[in-house]
Design a protein around this ligand. Structure first.
Ligand SMILES: NC(=O)C1=CN([C@@H]2O[C@H](COP(=O)(O)OP(=O)(O)OC[C@H]3O[C@@H](n4cnc5c(N)ncnc54)[C@H](O)[C@@H]3O)[C@@H](O)[C@H]2O)C=CC1
Ligand SMILES: O=C(CO)COP(=O)(O)O
Length: 389
């Protein structure tokens, strides 16, 4: 029977999966706050180099990590090692997460589960699943219900430079969101909790598609008016898609929604913006992806987003145009022209919150489907859930 491990009052033992930009950055942030941190990398050379020099040989190369952090891998950690952890933090791109969780699941002691935190921002290709569904399929509904999701305007490089930063921390289970927020909260890193993990996940995944659009516009030479239009109309699309999906429209006004949308649509430090910029400048998608050196989740997420948009029957012309540019060879300048030539329409018309995908997901999770918008309240009436420590 599922049981969440009691979290210690002071320092926690944290195992971070993924030694890319964001996994390394979060390991550094937690290591800085006196937590006992381990980082798993799948490349032997990264593990060896990290433990010798306290630097990551492939990502955030200029950063010196706290000496307290230990790199492990490339073999996956043992059952005993993971059971000893208070927190398992996943910073793995969405497309690889299912395989990773499937491999790890037999090593979990479900009766003594560490807090599980996920920071990836994407939709799985093929299944169109959010991370919540991937966790449900691989680890079971109780693990998914207790999982926490961190999202918001947070470039890895700026976090390690201790730039003041804020994020949303969401879970269906309030107590777990609070635990994750407490773990990360620092004077330079504020955490706000949120009870709509589906809305938070959709925000993080879809903003990447709009970041490609904004970059593309800049790459084509359009200026500030155009970028502001894309950000604002992107927010309207994001809110319509999310509301029809069954999330709270208010979630999209938060850090993970408009906050991250604004950040990634307006900075060349965003990989998704960069993909769009280079497309606008005339490079091919293959060349860009072969030389980017890091993941841009918006490229794969555009596929799932298109299927979700079509399935919900909502109007999302920008996301659809990006899908056509990426996968149907549509010319970037033509895409912008066609968007501009659309007939006038109402500025914001929220679809009725049918929430079919959310209802499907909640049923899979074994949760009550009494409201189209999931809230902590819904979770709290389930017997026993509040008793979890
Ligand atoms: N970099 C950033 O500022 C932020 C990134 N994120 C999200 O965090 C997630 C990870 O992003 P980054 O660390 O930036 O990506 P990255 O491209 O810097 O690193 C990717 C990591 O995934 C690992 N990886 C690649 N293939 C794998 C596989 N088959 N199995 C397991 N691991 C594999 C790589 O070894 C590497 O450690 C993404 O979903 C991203 O959207 C979220 C917030 C900020
Ligand atoms: O999500 C991010 C910052 O919040 C990082 O964006 P990119 O993946 O586009 O670099």
């Amino acid at each position: 029977m599922y049981n969440a491990k009691t979290q210690p009052k002071g320092s926690s033992k944290v195992l971070v999966f993924g030694a890319g930009n964001f996994g390394s950055c979060l390991a550094s942030h937690l290591g800085d706050s006196q937590h006992d941190v381990y980082i798993w990398a799948r490349e032997e050379r990264i593990v060896t180099h990290f433990n010798k020099y306290h630097r990551n040989a492939a990502y955030l190369k200029d950063h010196v990590f706290p000496e307290s952090i230990t790199a492990v891998g490339p073999a996956l950690p043992s059952e005993e090692f993971m059971e000893d952890m208070d927190v398992l933090l996943f910073a793995i791109p969405t497309q690889f997460l299912r395989e990773m969780l499937r491999t790890l699941r037999p090593k979990f002691n479900i009766e003594n589960m560490p807090l599980m935190i996920f920071v990836n921002k994407g939709i799985e290709v093929g299944s169109n699943a959010l991370t919540l569904e991937i966790i449900t399929d691989t680890c079971g509904p109780e693990v998914a219900e207790a999982a926490a999701f961190i999202s918001g305007p947070s470039f890895a490089k700026e976090i390690v430079d201790r730039q003041p930063t804020s994020v949303s921390v969401a879970s269906f289970t309030e107590i777990e969101a609070n635990k994750a927020a407490t773990l990360f909260h620092q004077p330079h890193f504020r955490c706000y909790t949120n009870g709509d993990p589906i809305g938070i996940e959709l925000s993080g995944a879809l903003k990447n598609v709009y970041a490609i659009a904004a970059g593309m516009s800049d790459g084509l030479g359009f200026q500030n008016n155009t970028r502001a239009m894309i950000i604002t109309r992107g927010l309207a699309e994001l809110t319509c898609i999310g509301t029809a999906y069954g999330a709270s429209p208010l979630t999209f006004l938060g850090l993970a929604g408009v906050g991250d949308l604004f950040l990634t649509c307006s900075s060349p430090n965003s990989r998704n913006y960069t993909v769009g910029f280079r497309l606008g400048q005339g490079e091919s998608l293959d060349t860009i992806l072969n030389t980017l050196g890091s993941v841009a989740e918006g490229v794969t997420t555009a596929k799932g987003a298109k299927t979700i948009i079509d399935g919900l029957g909502v109007s999302a012309p920008i996301a659809t145009a990006i899908y056509d540019v990426l996968y149907n060879g549509k010319d970037t300048r033509l895409a912008i022209r066609e968007l501009m030539e659309l007939p006038p329409s109402k500025e914001l018309e929220l679809p009725p919150t049918a929430g079919k995908p959310t209802r499907h997901l909640l049923r899979k999770l074994g949760m009550e489907v009494d409201s189209p918008v999931p809230r902590w309240r819904t979770v709290q009436i389930l017997p026993g859930l509040n008793d979890r420590q």
